[in-house]
Ligand binder design. Structure first.
Ligand SMILES: [Ca+2]
Ligand SMILES: [Ca+2]
Ligand SMILES: [Ca+2]
Length: 960
């Protein structure tokens, strides 16, 4: 197993990462549960005995796991998770899907403890569930009887070392040094030592106390202890514990707040007892909630992207959330409302209560039954479960309820923590249906509400996109509810809004590792979102290039989507600008057709631009209002238009990626992804390629460019990147990008990225993982300053590649190549964004540029002629070539000068002329010509050839 599972019920494992420990070829002692009669699996699990006490005990657990998985198969088959939907069966009976993928379930698995996991490959490959043994929780306590200021029972964490069952009384004293990390000088004979946590390992502290005579130890968390409010189990320095560690005196740990109370009592003299009772380990394979949780990983993974859909951190969190929710769906019963504090299903429900339960006074008194394995229980009562959308992002503390651990919120984005928020939202939805089973006129029976929620769960998973955000998953559930029952739909909206996913909420960034960037919102009502804006010259165009130019009329098209709770029937849109050159029909006002939730509508407003000079960049204000919209003042947005421009070829040696037309070529070796031009704002575009978790080879290939015969060829580009890598003692780089050059028109390529500053990583791309660039150095990991927790705010860096004089006079192409390997170590990352590619010492102008519109219509023919300053010249002396481009107006565009078929320079036409002075023509007779490349309003044309003779001066000199 490559990825360590840190929390209880570790949840899903990604594809291609794990190999089973269950194999009949190895002598691991694996076995199946046998029958004990014809078609009879009648075994009794003795919960007072250890899980591995007898083979019959083990078989009882296997049988329970087998039964639960088969029950879940049938229960969800009835809700739509059938063969065609990708369920796991040996035989699909011709009903679609891929057969031969029955679940492998492993009870009492020895691969770990205090956890469980589910591995879910695509349909047709067998999923695997592993159930581990959980530490039993015996009663334990720190009881202080004096002084009065500190006298009470304290909850405690345990130690893996030392006696596991004890009762010791004595004076409780501080040690010197307080952290016990060097020899303790105070006399601890017959005393219980109190030692501060930190600096050195737990067993070393207790050893120091043992050597000073202590009969027991209390370790107290300090202000900067990790998880200082939690009751950590103190580990040995290595696993298994050494014989010295096994012989240490009894030890318990107290959380920070309690530790401070105890520290406050030292001056008065403390006396008390530490006690820990024997316990029996608990078996995950007989905890139906744990089994349901793990099984639901297979459900969610199969239904979203067929084993590949939950990869970003946010959706992996929701994967845990769907799993916990299914545990609750199977836990809650109609008779629960007979408990007074749960009269409207508003009590506390927890997950994993059997494996974390037990111990009337520890780790938190009855904590396992109340909290289960999570930070707070699930409840519609905000004083028990206060989680809202903000709690998926790191840094939002949990306030207003008891918490078992993690109240400071620093680790909210850990997938189980994030999952708690999603489960809470789903639980609020289900609780609203359950409340409708109560009262005089119930909408449903309990069984109907449960069946309906189960069907919503399956249908919404099928409607959820790959790598979803919280709000996309919310919308999937809302959509399936809207399709079935408008009352359910309204209740679910209330549920989500109560938990911060209201109509104006913003989801955390999809690829944030810390789930940052979200904005919670508690409102209900109408809402509109703008999905696209464009402005064209489709009505009355002079220069029909799709861009609105001076003297033209076109359409401003705004596509709106109803993203609120209800139908909007009186939506109005108003657009305006302070730029007097731009006029909108009807003053920019328009009525919008009525929309139901989820529907889109496109509004078209005619726009005219008066004849004007230069690029126009008006800010267009857009206001969408409706009497039923939740937000005061409706929706406001500013569109940063760029008008009165042409996109012209051969304009520049720098590409700012602002022109839609491009001379770069993209291809991706047959994979359905590749480089594309993306829009940050309408005035800011860049190249982008993603890094998916399968093999790709994505190329962004420059046009041919001719390197100058003298000088240093170099180029710069602004970029930022984040590629998959596995951190560890040795970091393995999975994906990455390289830069390559070709001098033969793209037939063969040479890596030039090793010259990049800032440049490649020092280690190569990991091998044996399918990467097309395996073993090569590359841009790997993240670009300097990249923020994995908030990718959109990451800075661009400028890299320079200086190639010196190697390519002088050569025609070259440069390409950027993003290569990915099979599988991913974790969530997908941003990929690679590149902008402002600037080449120096090239004689051509390879790139399109945005230029001011010249107010012309149609295409003017041109004629090009060429003359030379001399008909004959000595080697190395200047020859000035002048091209004249004539037309019915001053031609706009670029002339390429050719020596036979070789381009020797590109020059923009100015007042009908373009001149190039060269000193590098070789000896001999040259056939020279000039080609005007053409532009939006001027057709291309080419001169007739002229001859220029270059004399070899050295030979002449030798002749004299
Ligand atoms: Ca299947
Ligand atoms: Ca136009
Ligand atoms: Ca740009």
């Amino acid at each position: 197993m490559a990825r360590a599972e840190r929390d209880r019920i570790g949840g899903q494992q990604r594809r291609r990462v794990c190999r089973s420990q269950f194999t009949r070829r190895t002598a691991t002692g694996d076995f199946r549960a046998a029958t004990n009669g014809t078609a009879t699996f009648d075994r009794i699990y003795d919960v007072t005995a250890a899980p591995d006490t007898t083979k019959s005990q083990q078989m009882a657990a296997i049988t329970q796991l087998f039964y639960d998985i088969n029950f879940l198969h049938d229960w969800f088959y009835d809700a739509g998770f059938n063969e065609a939907a990708g369920n796991a069966q040996t035989d699909n009976y011709g009903r679609g899907g891929v057969a031969g993928d029955n679940i492998r379930a492993e009870a009492n698995d020895f691969g770990g403890r205090n956890n469980a996991n589910m591995f879910t490959p695509s349909d047709g490959e067998r999923p695997r569930m592993q159930m581990y043994i959980f530490d039993g929780i015996g009663d334990r306590t720190i009881h202080i009887d004096s002084p009065v200021s500190a006298a009470k029972d304290y909850a405690s964490g345990t130690a893996a070392f030392g006696s596991q069952s004890f009762q010791v009384s004595g004076d409780i004293v501080a040690t010197s040094p307080a952290d016990g990390c060097s020899a303790i000088t105070s006399d601890l004979t017959a005393k219980i030592a109190f030692i501060d946590r930190g600096t050195c390992n737990f067993s070393g502290k207790v050893r120091a106390a043992q050597e000073a005579g202590a009969v027991g130890v209390i370790v107290g968390n300090v202000a900067d202890s990790p998880l200082r409010d939690s009751l950590t189990n103190m580990a040995c320095s290595a696993t298994p514990c050494s014989s010295i560690e096994a012989a240490l005196p009894p030890a318990l740990l107290v959380a920070f707040a309690d530790a401070e109370v105890i520290r406050g009592g030292f001056r008065s003299g403390l006396h008390g007892t530490i006690r820990r009772d024997a316990s029996v380990d608990r078996n995950g394979a007989i905890d139906n909630q744990v089994i349901a949780h793990e099984w639901t990983h297979y459900l969610s993974n199969r239904l979203i992207g067929d084993g590949n859909g939950l990869a970003n951190n946010q959706s992996r969190g929701m994967g845990e959330g769907w799993s916990d929710f299914n545990s609750l769906l199977l836990t809650v019963r109609p008779e629960d409302v007979s408990v007074a504090s749960n009269a409207t299903f508003n009590g506390a429900y927890a997950v994993g209560v059997y494996v974390s339960g037990g111990g009337a006074n520890g780790p938190v008194p009855n904590g396992g039954f109340y909290f289960g394995i999570r930070r707070v229980p699930y409840s519609t009562d905000m004083t028990r479960d206060p989680l809202t959308l903000k709690h998926v992002g790191n840094g939002a503390p949990i306030n207003g309820s008891p918490t078992r651990f993690g109240a400071d919120g620093t680790n909210n984005s850990e997938v189980h923590g994030t999952g708690e928020v999603w489960t809470t939202m789903l639980w609020e939805c289900y609780a609203s249906l359950l409340r409708d089973t109560l009262g005089d006129k119930p909408r449903f029976t309990f069984e109907q509400a449960q069946q309906r929620m189960k069907e919503y769960l399956v249908a919404s998973l099928r409607a959820t996109p790959v790598n979803p955000t919280f709000l996309e998953a919310r919308d999937a559930l809302l959509a399936v509810a809207y399709a079935l029952d408008k009352t359910d739909y309204a209740e679910f909206w209330q549920a989500f809004a109560k938990r911060g996913a209201g109509v104006n909420a913003v989801a955390p960034e999809r690829f944030s590792t810390a789930n940052l960037g979200g904005v919670e919102d508690f409102s209900l009502g109408g809402a509109m979102t703008i999905s696209s804006i464009s402005i064209d010259d489709s009505i009355d165009s002079c220069q029909t290039n799709g861009l609105l130019d001076g003297g033209e009329t076109g359409a401003l098209r705004i596509t709106l989507r109803n993203t609120g709770t209800n139908r909007l029937e009186a939506t109005h849109i108003a657009v305006s600008t302070a730029d007097s050159h731009l006029k909108f029909a009807n003053g920019g006002a328009a009525d919008v057709a009525a929309t139901n939730p989820g529907e889109s509508v496109t509004v078209k407003i005619n726009a005219s631009l008066t004849t004007t000079v230069g690029i126009m960049q008006p800010d267009i204000k857009i206001a969408v209002t409706d009497r039923d919209m939740a937000a005061n003042g409706g929706l406001q947005l500013v569109y940063l238009a760029r008008l009165n421009v042409s996109e012209e070829p051969e304009q520049s040696a720098t590409d700012d990626v602002e022109s839609r037309a491009t001379s770069w070529a993209t291809n991706s070796a047959g994979w359905p992804v590749g480089w594309s031009r993306i829009e940050a704002t309408p005035r800011d575009h860049r190249w982008f390629a993603s890094e998916p978790d399968f093999v790709t080879d994505q190329y962004l290939v420059s046009p041919s460019m001719v390197v100058a015969p003298t000088g240093t060829f170099s180029f710069t580009f602004r970029h930022r990147y984040a590629f998959d890598f596995v951190s560890g003692s040795i970091t393995a780089f999975v994906d990455g990008g390289v830069v390559e050059i070709s001098t033969d028109g793209g037939q063969t390529w040479t890596d030039i990225g090793l010259n990049a500053v800032p440049g490649y990583g020092l280690a190569g791309i990991a091998t044996r993982n399918g990467s097309p660039i395996e073993g090569r150095r590359a841009f790997v990991g993240t670009s300097p300053g990249f923020r994995l927790d908030l990718p959109s705010s990451s800075p661009f860096i400028t890299s320079t590649i200086d190639l010196g004089t190697d390519y002088q006079g050569k025609s070259v192409r440069v390409r950027f190549r993003l290569a990915t390997a099979a599988g991913h170590s974790g969530a997908p990352r941003l990929g690679w964004e590149i902008d402002d590619l600037a080449f120096s010492s090239i004689v051509t102008l390879p790139f399109f540029g945005i230029t001011p519109n010249r107010g012309m219509c149609g295409m003017s023919p041109t004629a090009t002629s060429l003359r030379s300053s001399v008909s004959s010249a000595r080697l190395g002396s200047p020859v000035t070539l002048t091209a004249s481009v004539t037309s019915n107006a001053s031609a706009f565009g670029t002339v390429d000068f050719y020596d036979n078929d070789t381009i020797v320079g590109s020059v923009r036409v100015d007042s009908g002329q373009a001149a190039l002075t060269t000193t590098t023509l070789a000896p001999g007779t040259h056939t020279l010509s000039a080609a005007f490349a053409g532009s939006t309003n001027f057709s291309a044309s080419r001169s007739s050839a002229i001859s220029v003779v270059i004399q070899n001066s050295r030979r002449r000199a030798a002749g004299h």
